[in-house]
Design a protein around this ligand. Structure first.
Ligand SMILES: *Cc1c(COP(=O)(O)O)cnc(C)c1O
Length: 476
């Protein structure tokens, strides 16, 4: 399997070459040259693999179609190490539970940080450690987070040989629970840096450091952001696992609703569908930051400025642009790389928007690729959380509530609708209290974490200070 860039760069790369990279050299995103096809017999075999051998074995089946530069036995062992009941809480790893007739929740948030990003990040930790050891290299991961990504990265990389994490977060702006999750880690290879500014300041510092190529090279700086192909690939697996749990035979179709921000999660659903998984609709659910809903309704893709990027009660979906979206548009346009480059490289940086509303390819988003969308507001979120609690006795988090609200607008009779549960309610307790007047339950390992000693450096908005800190701490 070789990987290409959505913007047409001539080079083709193998999986382990792009594993530790972000963007392709021409600024595009990596995609496989073709999507491996899963026929009916294979799907039937995978159904049995999942039922009899479990999620890790299914993950190996999916990943091995895309990864041919890690020996099969090693890849199988990496999957087995990653997807265990100890780490993810259940044997199914992503158990499905019914909500109301025709509607199911797929739990993706029972990993160490209680959000779906663990599903991919835990695998990434093992893949990175394996590949770095093979190359005799080390890696210093630099990132910025406002919550879920940073903690998922830290819990995936803690204690891993050859890897250090330097994670910037806006000082005092994450929830007490999120701060406790990250800052209570005592592993020497994890460095929390709280920046006296907002999330954008953190991101600007990461960009400034990454643009200093000499520094970046000298200190082996890398990232784990959501455009990483390996992360996306790991997420493809739970679409298969969800499908197998929702159906008894391959004749049945299933729809998925995905609470979306950077389009990473639902893009994995697109990949699963392109492989032949019988998915009917892929429903994109957004919050007030409705960049994606606007596109799927009208064909207009319009990046938001900071003035109209809203802070919402489903904060992990508060995006101004959807960083993985280019992958889908590339497929939508019939894999036309020059056009993708013209849209994302030129039009977007010049005008901050492009409009495919009148393009003959646009209607295919729904008719051929199954995409539809919807939007949810704070009031919808509160109403949905209350409704689900009072009628079914289940607490759902704010992002999942956005999903349930939008899913209900797209249910088709005879087609199970699976809503991806992307976080547990305890992570967003404040809004749950607003909706229900009570605190969500807390898994045992998290009781009292706010009182644990914290390991964090506070710094001003100053890229040079961050660089100096990294330089001082990345040799040991
Ligand atoms: C990251 C995240 C999302 C959005 O996922 P994307 O892949 O960025 O679309 C939704 N919900 C939660 C809880 C998240 O952490």
């Amino acid at each position: 399997m070789r990987y290409l860039s959505t913007r047409g760069h001539a080079e083709r790369k193998r999986f382990c070459e792009i594993l530790l990279e972000g963007l392709a050299p021409d600024g595009g995103l990596y995609l496989p040259e073709r999507y491996p096809q899963v026929d009916d017999a294979t799907l039937t075999r995978w159904r049995e693999v999942y039922r009899e051998q479990g999620y890790a074995a299914l993950a190996f089946e999916v990943l091995s179609l895309y990864i041919d530069d890690i020996p099969a036995a090693d890849l199988r062992a990496l999957c087995a190490k990653t997807y265990t009941a100890e780490v993810f809480g259940t044997r199914e790893i992503v158990p499905l539970r019914p909500l109301e007739p025709g509607l199911w929740l797929e739990a993706l948030s029972n990993g160490p940080t209680l959000a779906f990003k663990d599903m991919a990040m835990q695998l990434l930790g093992h893949l990175f450690e394996y590949e770095l050891a093979r190359r005799g290299q080390t890696l210093n991961i630099l990132g910025a987070t406002s919550g879920d990504t940073g903690s998922a990265a830290e819990y995936a990389m803690r204690g891993k040989r050859g890897i250090r994490v330097f994670m910037l977060s806006p000082h005092g702006r994450m929830s007490p629970f999120q701060q406790a999750q990250m800052f209570s880690l005592q592993d020497p290879n994890i460095h929390n840096i709280a920046i006296e500014g907002v999330f954008d300041d953190c991101q600007d510092i990461v960009k400034a450091v990454s643009h200093d190529l000499a520094f970046k090279q000298r200190h082996q700086i890398g990232t784990v952001n959501s455009i990483n192909w390996a992360r996306l690939l790991a997420q493809v697996v739970y679409y298969f696992a969800g499908y197998f749990q929702a159906t008894a035979s391959n004749a049945q179709k299933v729809s998925f609703t995905v609470p979306s921000g950077n389009f990473g999660n639902v893009c994995a659903g697109h990949v699963a569908r392109m492989m032949g998984l019988p998915i009917d609709q892929l429903v994109v659910a957004t919050n007030e930051n409705d960049v994606l809903d606007e596109f799927f309704r009208t064909g207009l893709y319009r990046v938001r400025g900071s003035a109209d990027t809203f802070e919402t009660s489903s904060p992990s979906m508060d995006i101004s642009k959807a960083s993985n979206f280019e992958r889908f548009v590339f497929d939508l346009l019939g894999r036309d790389a020059p056009r993708t480059r013209a849209l994302f490289g030129d039009a977007l940086s010049r005008d901050g928007r492009f409009d495919l509303g009148a393009d003959p390819h646009f209607p295919l988003a729904a008719s051929r690729y199954g995409f539809v969308s919807g939007k949810s507001t704070h009031a919808d979120r509160i109403a949905t959380i209350r409704d689900v609690w009072s009628r079914f006795g289940q607490m759902i988090d704010t992002h999942t509530a956005d999903g349930v609200k939008v899913a209900r607008e797209h249910v088709r009779s005879g087609v199970p609708m699976v809503v991806l549960e992307t976080a547990l309610p305890i992570k967003f307790a404040q809004t749950l209290v607003e909706a229900l007047g009570r605190e969500p339950g807390r898994p045992a390992p998290f009781i009292g974490i706010e009182n644990l000693p914290k390991r964090v450096q506070v710094m001003p908005v100053d890229a040079e200070r961050v660089k100096a800190y990294i330089a001082a701490h990345c040799q040991a």
